[in-house]
Design a protein around this ligand. Structure first.
Ligand SMILES: CC(C)(COP(=O)(O)OP(=O)(O)OC[C@H]1O[C@@H](n2cnc3c(N)ncnc32)[C@H](O)[C@@H]1OP(=O)(O)O)[C@@H](O)C(=O)NCCC(=O)NCCS
Length: 204
């Protein structure tokens, strides 16, 4: 796990998901029954491996912060699936958000403030302009449309990851607009690894 951003009450760690088989097996051992069922339900071995590696590392990080063992970490879920620490855990003040893209994952941790994170591999998106017109706010779309061809792709992902990070901070996900907007969040962009872009938001 590599720290990619550290700030007052905010930390973002990046981890790789293409781990060796025996390490994945060890991660699988700390998952609970429901997580193992979820992994078993994934058709592709690659997706199973990525889910187990990500959830195992999340459990390890949370366990280290809480001073308990990874298999004792209890999570609960919001209405639309946002995971959080169960009310039975020793520090309910610890908030987190997770994002994965390919073999890279990031885990954002915050104390006392809601947090959302998103990362994306910066790859060509043929329908980027249509997505931008549909999903971006008027001012975001205007500034995106003004970008020259050399800055377009990065500009698209910068705005997209911010949008996703805010919706993940809200716990709603895209397509389920929440009640807060950009002004409610401190926004930080970062590069989790070459070829990727990330954005993390914490509630002001
Ligand atoms: C949440 C959501 C934005 C994830 O986006 P994504 O780019 O596909 O995936 P990411 O890798 O960035 O994030 C995945 C992580 O977000 C977290 N997550 C899941 N649901 C979430 C939610 N509603 N809010 C915030 N975080 C969420 C989980 O930690 C998940 O990790 P996991 O798959 O290892 O459990 C997307 O799934 C979404 O829009 N969900 C909306 C909720 C919804 O409509 N659910 C319908 C379920 S039937």
């Amino acid at each position: 796990m590599v720290p990619v951003l550290e700030d007052d009450c905010l930390e973002v760690l990046a981890c790789m998901l293409d781990l060796k088989h025996d390490i994945i097996r060890g991660m699988g051992a700390v998952l609970n029954e429901a997580e193992r069922r979820r992994a078993a339900g994934l058709k592709l071995g690659r997706d199973r491996r990525r889910f187990i590696a990500c959830r195992g590392q999340l459990r390890r990080i949370l366990a280290a912060r809480l001073g308990i063992s990874p298999s004792d970490v209890e999570l609960e879920y919001g209405r639309l699936g946002k995971p959080r620490l169960s009310h039975r855990m020793p520090s309910r003040d610890l908030r987190f958000s997770v994002s994965r893209s390919g073999d890279v994952a990031v885990i954002a941790l915050s104390t006392g403030r809601e947090v959302g994170v998103d990362i994306e591999a910066v790859l060509p998106v043929p329908e980027a302009d249509e997505i931008a017109a549909l999903c971006f706010s008027a001012s975001d779309y205007e500034s995106y449309a003004a970008l020259g061809p050399d800055n377009r792709l990065e500009g698209f992902f910068r705005r997209w990851t911010r949008l996703e990070a805010i919706s993940k901070g809200q716990g709603c996900g895209l397509g389920h607009p929440g009640s807060s907007d950009d002004e409610d969040w401190v926004v930080r962009s970062f590069v989790p690894q070459t070829g990727y872009l990330g954005c993390v938001v914490v509630r002001k």
